[in-house]
Design a protein around this ligand. Structure first.
Ligand code: ADP
Ligand code: MG
Length: 372
């Protein structure tokens, strides 16, 4: 039985190809992320950061929802089934001639910071905030954070990998230290994204690492000597000898921004991570005091943090260990006999709809007969 039919290609990232599919039974659309890497066994799949994090974070209105995991043991192929979104933030601004309305930008940013605040409170940081990893539904203006493949547990011990996150959105502490970064880097990334969706161009489009930090200094200025000395103790000393520079500031680049908006971007792009806005504080910034920006979002009451990011997950709901995504034939084959509760509910919903539909037709016919 083929469970999904492939309709279209949605996107491609470093680690995957994403296709739009239709669930054959329910007719509902979904996005399937087909991983380029192969996996040896289920434990390896369960250990994946993306799966661990999504299971811990779901459901949240601003984090893309993982429906199920399809793993084909013989070939090692892995595919993740997600809710479908219209496009990513980069695609939204790519060919635009005119800026997005300020209220839309604000709505998107509010949702992005809601997602970040939730993640950080759950003890996870994203590490790859960029427009391509932020998904949008155009009509409802809903934003959902995606691609949790690079995320880390806040409480796992640094130093982390030195080169992480896409260069243009990389925070100074990621560029200058040997892995001495944390959740603050997500706020920097979100600040860069904010600037980009306001102006339709990236704020720091560095050609390489040196050019990246130099572009940051050109706008924000070089940090003081004591700060640089502090960095030196953590390593990478030779790359921290900068000619002192004042910086143009962000204000001249966004003359159209309101005072609160400028303050918000400036504080999200604070050079020193200790002084940067936190995601939690960002939500209460005056920039968002305008009620129109706030969407009705219901969050779980309690947050639990997770200390060990390697903790394996043993849930098997929606886990079809022998299902194979086969994008080349345009079909997703499914050899699994067991169906999850969600799927059963969907089938139930579609059966009830059909019953209602036929009832309505019969009533209509009876009414017409009686009338005649
Ligand atoms: P990678 O880890 O390979 O970077 P991503 O999760 O970022 O993969 O997905 C790559 C691209 O696929 C995204 O930039 C986006 O354009 C598209 N995409 C991913 N998930 C969805 C989804 N749920 N709905 C629609 N498009 C998606
Ligand atoms: Mg990506």
């Amino acid at each position: 039985m083929n469970k999904y039919k492939v309709l279209d290609k949605k996107g491609e990232g470093t680690f995957s190809e994403v296709v739009q599919v239709k669930h054959v039974q329910t007719g509902k659309c979904a996005a399937i992320k087909c991983m380029k890497a192969k996996y040896g066994n289920i434990d390896e799949v369960n250990d994946l950061r993306e799966i661990q994090a999504l299971r811990r974070l779901s459901p949240h209105p601003n984090i893309v929802q993982l429906y199920e995991v399809l793993f084909d043991r013989p070939t090692g192929r892995l595919a993740l089934v997600f809710e479908i979104m219209d496009l990513n933030l980069y695609e939204l601004i790519q060919h635009r001639q005119q800026r997005l309305p300020g209220r839309h930008v604000k709505m998107y940013m509010y949702q992005l910071f809601q997602a970040l605040d939730y993640m950080h409170k759950k003890g996870i940081f994203h590490r790859d905030i960029k427009p391509e990893n932020i998904l949008i539904n155009k009509s409802s203006k809903t934003l959902k954070l995606a691609d949790l493949g690079s995320c880390r547990g806040i409480y796992s011990k640094p130093p982390f990998t030195e080169y992480i996150s896409t260069r243009w959105y990389r925070a100074p502490e990621c560029l200058l230290t040997s892995g001495g970064y944390g959740p603050e880097m997500d706020v920097w990334g979100a600040g860069c994204v904010h600037f980009e969706i306001m102006t339709l161009y990236p704020i720091f489009p560095g050609n390489d690492e040196i050019d990246q930090i130099s572009r940051i200094h050109k706008i924000l200025g070089t940090p003081d000597h004591r700060f640089i000395q502090g960095l030196k103790t953590r390593g990478n000393s030779s790359s921290c000898d900068f000619i002192p520079r004042k910086g143009t500031g962000i204000a001249p680049l966004i003359p159209f921004a309101t005072k609160s908006c400028l303050d918000f971007v400036t504080r999200a792009l604070e050079y020193k991570k200790e002084r940067r806005l936190t995601a939690e504080k960002a939500i209460f910034h005056p920039y968002f005091s305008d009620k129109k920006a706030k969407l009705t979002i219901s969050l779980p009451q309690s947050y639990d943090s997770f200390a060990s990011e390697k903790k394996p997950l043993h849930e098997t709901v929606g886990y079809h260990s022998n299902s194979l995504p086969n994008i080349h034939t345009g079909q997703i084959s499914n050899k699994s006999k067991s169906s999850s509760w969600t799927e059963r509910r969907k089938v139930f919903e579609s059966v009830s709809l059909t019953v209602w539909y036929y009832c309505a037709i019969i009533c209509n016919l009876l009414y017409t007969c009686l009338y005649i």
